[in-house]
Ligand binder design. Sequence first.
Ligand SMILES: Nc1ncnc2c1ncn2[C@@H]1O[C@H](COP(=O)(O)OP(=O)(O)OP(=O)(O)O)[C@@H](O)[C@H]1O
Ligand SMILES: [Mg+2]
Length: 213
Amino acid sequence: MITIQNLDKAFAKQKVLSDVTIKIADGEKVLLLGHNGAGKTTLIRCLLGEYRPDHGTVTVAGHSLAHERVAALRKIAFVPQLPPPIRFTLNELFEYAAKIGHCDIDKIRKNSIYFGLNTDAHDHKAFYKLSGGMKQKTLISIAFSRDADIFIFDEPTANLDTMGRDRFRERISADAMKEKTIIFIGHRLEELSSVVTRIIELDLGKVIRDEQA
Ligand SMILES: Nc1ncnc2c1ncn2[C@@H]1O[C@H](COP(=O)(O)OP(=O)(O)OP(=O)(O)O)[C@@H](O)[C@H]1O
Ligand SMILES: [Mg+2]
């Protein structure tokens, strides 16, 4: 269970989130919609404890993000909207991710092939030098290798080619994901309509729609 309660967040004088309350039960597949700048990524960053809210609380599986962040994040796999400028090579990144994510490096490699990443050709290239779609495929491959209960994808298919999109849709629809909680941030429902169970829309930092899909 994810509980976001009366969340406010401002940057300088700009109020970005305003009294946001959302409860997400285990197994829900939520699509978070909203215009550019509506506050979607900020909400996710508060959920991950990367931004400290000005008011309100976030808990994941009963753990407060403010006080027990490590426990709260243990079962969350997250793919950010903008990949960080990691200097590791792909090989080093896979090793690092396997170690800190407690997952099998062979599983990451298998996933990267499944998502169409040509690792052989790029194993020794720094992650930040990869193309936008290749970075996204790398981070998606790592996320699906984690033993997570909650998956959060911030515009995961924005840079993917057709095969990458098809594979992503296939993977999130698989039986193995039935029990998992997934939050997608996106702009289009069509791609995910067979998976999504709930739609939440933000506008100017407020929830303006919250309904079953
Ligand atoms: N670290 C920050 N410092 C200052 N302003 C910020 C910061 N992070 C976000 N904002 C502002 O908060 C607002 C919401 O940004 P956010 O990234 O949450 O939007 P979004 O809904 O994810 O949009 P998009 O669809 O473009 O990704 C924007 O006006 C943005 O400039
Ligand atoms: Mg965003």
